[in-house]
Design a protein around this ligand. Structure first.
Ligand code: F3S
Length: 650
């Protein structure tokens, strides 16, 4: 039987296990990526493990999420990251040089390589045939030290593209269509592998918009085959020697097939406040728009901003709407400036931000209260923009720009009819990408530091004690479905500045759900969390497991877990137990929960069914779905303690 492209790349990198869906496999990692919000912990853990030098082919540390320097804490973190990259042998991308996925795509992503990144949108370079997976920072630290990355072999699903996109429909509409059909849980446990005749009609930047937002489907990763377009893109970047042809075998077998006829697509929009709340733009026309933002790792590339610039040329942004462009990389900014497009957009009323994630996580450009913001980003979870009562829609740069011109949501096809001279801009690649990476991307052999520089806000990584025989405690918080890592540890500037200071950061744990939680957890000496479906969806932020661990949370009882967060729970020694809907309904916040009996022993001996006793009154069962390795982590108090112990024993 032939192999899918995913299987071929995994096979080439396999160090343990077999490629059977659901079975745990270990793979060798070629490249790693980390960013500033997760990176400080990655390097602190790298140091705590006693590791001395990066062992992967390439490692890159980006500073993109929080580039504004409100006080010394953030600047200290950036200086620490530069010193860690220099000391241990990683590339360092300076604050303002751009978003990790954009800069990585432009400089390092290569077909056939494996990559692990401590950011949930790590799959972005799947658009040029790299198998890239998002994970917790500890997994990245271990991979950088030369260790394998372990994951349950996902199912490989064929997303067959047919036809070609009509005018005004874009790559963003392809992924919004998939979100509309499959929901934010539709890709869990799956790799989405794109095939079919429609693939060749999409440029690499369009493909990376799709693979980037595969994360919103919950997919492990998404990948495209490589072809002339991939070779062409790499050659425009001056990296043509990195091209490798990669295709699935003709007789490859997939777990499932989804067909998308590109020619049927129309401009789509995700309504507040979930990326899968998707409808045709026409259905929500007429809604007043106060803010339009173009940018993010999804649609912040040169190829995303250029269509907007063309639409704005000789026109003006509506007077009641504010339009901001935050380019995904400084390279994109520089090219647009050199070609005169920046001036053209400024003349139309656009403000430019530095190349940063910023507004995507509520840092800067927070919308006005009770107002509508249209963004080309990938997430619109409630409150993520920096204000609780936000109303964020997600769409393509074309739809966002049409709204900026009209001051209200409008299907760009209808706006074109109304204006009479507005052409669909289409997608255009530059002949050659120019850029300034020479000064803003510091290679390991140009490092400016050779020892770690820690400011006063940078603490050590806390360790958890090995699991005892009992887990007993109060159900401190009962939560609904789809609790995100933004709910658990918000990434806004006032909170994020404590990312290297766990003692302080943990005070904000779940504060967006219940602001008494952290204090109650401290007063109770820990306890148990209860949640509905898809607990921990969203980012790869390991603080969302580390802070609850620090507050003494021993177990989370949920109907289901998001993949990366579940791995982070294992990594930090918190037991993730699945419960059914009836049990979820019956448990009340404040109930006494006891998991019986001799939990540590049962976990280590491979037990999958556990009994939970509630208020010493009634019982229900809960399931632990964990590999032998993950069970060893739980018993040891987490992966860091376990791996440290292993290194010390060797
Ligand atoms: Fe940054 Fe938002 Fe992407 S935080 S990495 S632009 S999802």
């Amino acid at each position: 039987m032939g192999q899918t492209l995913t299987e071929k790349i995994l096979d080439d990198h396999l160090v343990e296990g077999e490629l059977t869906p659901g079975e745990e496999i270990g793979i060798e990692i070629d490249q790693v990526l980390t960013q500033d919000t997760t990176g400080t912990l990655v390097w602190l853990q790298f140091e705590a493990l006693g590791l001395e030098e990066v062992q992967t082919e390439l490692a890159a540390q980006y500073c993109d999420h929080q580039t504004y320097q409100f006080d010394f804490k953030n600047t200290d973190d950036h200086r620490f990251l530069r010193s860690a990259a220099g000391t241990f042998g990683a590339h360092f991308s300076r604050p303002g040089n751009g978003i990790c996925h954009n800069v990585h795509k432009e400089n390092f992503a290569a077909p056939g390589k494996t990559m692990l990144g401590s950011d949930s949108h790590t799959p972005t370079p799947g658009g040029l045939g790299e198998l890239a997976i998002g994970s917790g920072g500890l997994d990245v630290a271990v991979a950088m030290g030369g260790g394998a990355y372990y994951i349950d072999m996902p199912e490989v699903v064929n997303v067959r593209l047919e036809g070609e996109l009509p005018e005004w429909a874009t790559a963003k509409d392809v992924i919004l269509e998939l979100l509309r059909r499959l929901s934010v849980k539709g890709g869990v446990g799956k790799v989405l592998e794109y095939t079919g005749p429609g693939v060749e009609s999409l440029t690499v930047p369009e493909r990376t918009t799709i693979t980037n937002m595969g994360t919103e489907l919950g997919a492990t990763t998404s990948i495209f085959p490589t072809d002339e377009n991939t070779e062409d893109y790499l050659s425009r970047l001056g990296r043509d020697e990195e091209y490798v042809e990669l295709q699935p075998d003709d007789d490859a077998e997939y777990a499932d097939e989804i067909v998308v006829d590109l020619s049927d697509l129309e401009p789509l929009i995700a309504q507040p406040s979930m990326p899968d709340n998707v409808v045709p733009v026409e259905e929500v026309e007429g809604v007043d728009v106060e803010q339009v933002m173009i940018g993010s790792c999804t649609n912040g590339a040169y190829e995303d901003i250029l269509p907007s610039a063309k639409m704005l040329e000789g026109r003006n942004v509506d007077k009641k709407t504010e339009m901001i462009v935050a380019p995904g990389s400084k390279q994109a900014s520089e090219m647009l400036a050199r070609e005169g497009w920046t001036a053209e957009m400024m003349a139309a009323g656009v403000n430019f931000s530095e190349a940063t994630c910023g507004a995507c996580i509520g840092i800067g450009h927070v919308p006005a209260s009770d107002s509508v913001s249209l963004r080309t980003f990938n997430r619109n979870f409630e409150g993520r923009s920096g204000i609780e009562d936000d109303s964020v829609y997600l769409c393509s740069p074309e739809v966002a720009t049409a709204a900026a011109l009209k001051g209200e949501i409008v299907d760009p096809r209808n706006l074109a009819d109304e204006l009479g001279d507005l052409d669909a801009p289409g997608i255009e690649l530059p002949d050659e990408y120019i850029g300034n990476s020479e000064s803003d991307l510091i290679a390991p052999d140009e490092a400016v530091d050779d020892e770690l520089i820690k400011g006063p806000n940078i603490g050590d990584v806390p360790l958890k004690d090995p699991l005892g025989p009992d887990i007993e405690g109060e159900a401190l918080l009962k939560m609904e479905d789809n609790i995100t890592t933004d709910h658990i540890i918000p990434a806004t500037a006032d909170i994020l500045k404590f990312r290297s200071n766990i003692d302080k950061l943990s005070d904000f744990t779940l504060s967006r759900v219940d602001d008494t939680f952290a204090q109650r957890a401290k007063d109770n000496d820990g306890g148990v969390l209860v949640a509905g479906e898809n607990y921990g969806q969203g980012s790869s932020r390991e603080h969302a497991a580390l802070c609850p661990m620090y507050l003494g949370i021993d177990a989370v009882l949920a109907q289901s877990f998001a993949r990366i967060h579940k791995a982070n729970l294992f990594n930090f020694g918190i037991v993730p137990l699945e419960i059914d809907a009836d049990t979820y309904e019956q448990i009340e916040q404040g109930d006494d929960i006891e998991i019986v009996t001799d939990v540590a022993d049962a976990i280590q001996s491979g037990e999958t069914e556990f009994t939970i006793r509630v208020n010493d009154d009634w019982e229900a069962s809960a399931t632990l779905d964990a590999s032998d390795r993950e069970r060893r982590f739980l018993a040891s108090g987490g992966k860091l303690t376990h791996t440290k112990q292993q290194y010390e024993d060797d």
